[in-house]
Design a protein around this ligand. Structure first.
Ligand SMILES: [Zn+2]
Length: 297
């Protein structure tokens, strides 16, 4: 019995020290916890106050190059912070602003317990299926530390955040979601490749009858409940098509649409010499969307 007790105590000590070491390792060159009041900027976002009011004693805080982090466990946040900074750089580069520095840092709230996240979703009246959201310059994210690989949710939300900072809040839904999917899939693939894994960005090819026609797609102000996956995949495909056709024209289109110009207004100005007219553009996108992805790269 004494041996058993000793073995148990020993096991607890070993496991405890392993967690401590993991925390310390993650902290090397990573996040340094500071008091909430010591942060250089506080978050004015009401959702941020709601998040911090849930178990206020559990939250820790730290600052990185582009983000201010709020989190429960340092090792979870340190990994997310590496990815967040990586994603920020990929998105800024894709928008041809590689040296982008924003005046205010964005706040990133990292929930690492699904039950806390559910409580936050209820308190913040968020949609139940969301695993991460961008709200007026702040990010809220659920990270499950038991996942071996992360998905592209963090990169997707960071893309929204950078778009919001650079182009404001009037970007059409297809373009905002399509760009966020496109760039975050690209970013996730390069992140994994940098770690020695073979991965290329996923882009879905469609059977021709599966597509939402382009004009109704562009009029949607939110993803349609019945066709959520189609909407995200098709919008990603459309953005990929526009970016690969001509990056400079794509950025001019983005600027025009974010400035509240209609697609019909911007389109002939930006795409003169590339597409004969809107029908020609839609036809060519249809061909691209239905062709095999590996053949389109
Ligand atoms: Zn989104």
């Amino acid at each position: 019995m004494r041996w058993f007790l000793f073995a148990c105590l020993h096991l607890v000590a070993v496991v405890g020290s392993a967690f401590c070491q993991l925390d310390q390792l993650a902290g090397v060159g990573g996040l340094q916890d500071v008091e909430l009041s010591a942060l250089s900027q506080q978050d004015e976002n009401p959702l941020g106050r709601i998040a911090l009011a849930l178990h206020p004693e559990d939250w820790k805080h730290a600052e990185g190059d582009h983000f201010i982090y709020h989190y429960v466990r340092t090792f979870v946040a340190s990994r997310a912070a590496v990815e967040a900074e990586f994603n920020f750089r990929v998105v800024a580069k894709e928008l041809e602003k590689p040296d982008l520095v924003t005046e205010r840092k964005s706040h990133l709230y990292i929930f690492d317990r699904p039950e806390d996240w559910q409580e936050f979703q209820k308190a913040g009246t968020l949609e139940q299926w969301t695993g991460g959201i961008h709200s007026a310059g702040s990010l809220f994210l659920l990270r499950d530390p038991s996942y071996k690989f992360s998905n592209n949710t963090l990169g997707h939300e960071i893309a929204h955040l950078v778009l919001y900072r650079l182009y404001g809040s009037h970007i059409p839904c297809w373009l905002n979601e399509g760009f966020a999917e496109y760039v975050s899939r690209t970013s996730l693939a390069s992140y994994q490749r940098a770690r020695g894994y073979i991965m290329k960005p996923y882009s879905q090819s469609f059977a021709s009858g599966q597509l939402i026609p382009v004009q109704p797609l562009m009029r949607l102000t939110r993803p349609p409940t019945q066709l959520v996956d189609t909407f995200y995949n098709e919008s990603e495909r459309l953005v990929r098509f526009l970016v690969s056709s001509d990056k400079t024209r794509f950025l001019t289109l983005l600027e025009g649409l974010a400035g509240n110009e209609s697609f019909d207004n911007v389109f002939p100005r930006v795409y003169a010499g590339m597409f004969a007219n809107r029908n020609d553009f839609e036809e060519k996108f249809g061909e691209y969307a239905t062709s095999d992805y590996s053949a389109t790269r």
